[in-house]
Design a protein around this ligand. Structure first.
Ligand SMILES: NC(=O)c1ccc[n+]([C@@H]2O[C@H](COP(=O)([O-])OP(=O)(O)OC[C@H]3O[C@@H](n4cnc5c(N)ncnc54)[C@H](OP(=O)(O)O)[C@@H]3O)[C@@H](O)[C@H]2O)c1
Length: 417
């Protein structure tokens, strides 16, 4: 079998794909019978492409790839929405299969893209868009096809997991971010990662596939910038670790959220450290399993892209569909909560906090006062299960108390079983 491909974008991932196809050509052919032939390559900065491949294969316009009758599979590896979405849709309309690593486009326009692929009887593959080298898309689509996935818990962003791991060792958030930037795990502008937006896009893709839901990419997202190393230490004292967790649950409605989460420190996800990613799935029949590995990087990501090319060349066709699905209102979720107040240490303060929580139907499971003998002290409250909207209202009221010296820190607790 021969797969004639056109590559649009020769940055980190695109250059990795070219490298793998060059270096592993024989291995791929022997193992799978597929011979991958790069027909055309396009990159905005043409010199970058020239450094990677014979000049005769380089074109200045991606239109040349989309409209080339001899190309069977188009690789969209430029990222972002525009012109990436257009490239994908136009290629599908031209009856070309598409492989992409683009989480943004699939999270936002997944339904339209899947329908376009189906209408034209071609495939759209996007394994690399979530978890890079971790074969989570394939696992959900194929291995879990006979099962009903109930819950997904993901550590889907390497940057934040790296930062939280360093903070466990005593670094401040700022020190850990700087180290992540120095090592290339974090961008100069880290907002997309540290605010949880990257993890949110990936979660939406997983949830679409796991629940066959037409879910939009506007989900509750809360980043790690307000977490202090003291919270990490206090969580450890209570038997928990803090992870930026992407959570999806199937009930009458689909619950989707990304936020720092306290998870039991003996849970498998708690041992996923540094820049690694993991996805913990709970299926009705299969019960629990976890996939774990490199969630980014040139060759891990490019390997997933090339594996998608091989699947398509072997005529593996999906029948993906997305149906109308209701997302749960974040205000209606329930959780246990960790709250940290910085309050003036004087008699009656705890009673004021407890009164507000009680008036909002929130019951306290445990209270700890840290670092006594100071004027302003951190007070940790762990609650029983409470309604999110009640909790947010209570915090607003507590933060207005005269004794409250800093906004309350809230971390949701997930006792994953
Ligand atoms: N890097 C990873 O570890 C990783 C992991 C998982 C998924 N992904 C996804 O993979 C995709 C590519 O990421 P990347 O890290 O390879 O990005 P990158 O290094 O920035 O590469 C993107 C390439 O696309 C080129 N490009 C941009 N607009 C173009 C256009 N209109 N026409 C032709 N070429 C264009 C850029 O050209 P210039 O040379 O002019 O900049 C650049 O070489 C993204 O969707 C990303 O989210 C990446």
């Amino acid at each position: 079998m021969q797969a004639n491909i056109g590559i649009i974008g020769t940055g980190t991932v695109g250059s990795g794909v070219i490298e793998i196809i060059k270096n592993q050509k024989d291995l791929i052919k022997n193992r799978t019978g597929v011979e991958i032939n790069i027909k055309k390559v396009c990159n905005r900065t043409i010199e970058k492409a020239k450094a990677l491949i014979d000049e005769s294969k380089i074109t200045e316009s991606y239109e040349d790839i989309i409209n080339d009758n001899e190309i069977d599979i188009v690789l969209e590896l430029i990222g972002g929405y525009d012109p990436a979405k257009d490239i994908i849709i136009s290629s599908l309309k031209n009856k070309k299969h598409v492989v992409t690593a683009n989480k943004a486009v699939i999270a936002k326009y997944g339904k339209e893209i899947l329908e376009e692929a189906k209408n034209n009887n071609v495939s759209i593959a996007f394994e690399a868009s979530v978890g890079a080298s971790i074969p989570i898309i394939k696992t959900i689509k194929e291995s879990y096809a006979p099962d009903s996935i109930q819950q997904i818990y993901g550590i889907l962003n390497g940057t934040t997991n790296y930062i939280l791991t360093r903070m466990e060792e005593g670094m401040s958030y700022e020190e850990a971010l700087k180290k992540a930037q120095d090592l290339g795990f974090a961008e100069a502008d880290p907002e997309f990662d540290v605010e949880g937006k990257d993890a949110a896009q990936k979660l939406v893709i997983l949830a679409k596939l796991a629940f066959n839901g037409d879910l939009d990419d506007n989900i509750f997202t809360w980043g790690i910038t307000k977490i202090s190393k003291n919270d990490i230490r206090y969580a450890a004292d209570l038997g928990y670790k803090i992870k930026l967790l992407a959570i999806a649950k199937q009930d009458d409605e689909i619950e989707l959220r990304v936020h720092p989460t306290m998870i039991p420190k003996d849970h498998e996800l708690a041992s996923v450290n540094n820049e690694l990613n993991a996805i913990y799935l709970i299926g009705k029949q299969t019960t629990k399993s976890m996939l774990y590995g490199k969630g980014a990087g040139k060759l891990p990501t490019a390997t997933a892209v090339v594996a998608d090319i091989i699947d398509i060349a072997k005529n593996k066709q999906d029948n993906l569909y997305l149906k109308e699905t209701k997302k749960k209102d974040i205000n209606k979720i329930t959780s246990r909560y960790y709250l940290r107040y910085n309050v003036i240490d004087k008699p009656g303060v705890l009673a004021q906090v407890a009164k507000i929580l009680g008036e909002n139907n929130i019951s306290i499971a445990a209270v700890q006062q840290k670092e006594i003998n100071k004027d302003v002290v951190p007070v940790i409250v762990i609650t029983h299960e409470a309604l999110e909207e009640n909790m947010i209202k209570a915090i607003k009221e507590i933060d207005q108390l005269e004794v409250a010296k800093e906004p309350t820190v809230l971390i949701r607790i997930e006792d994953i079983h």
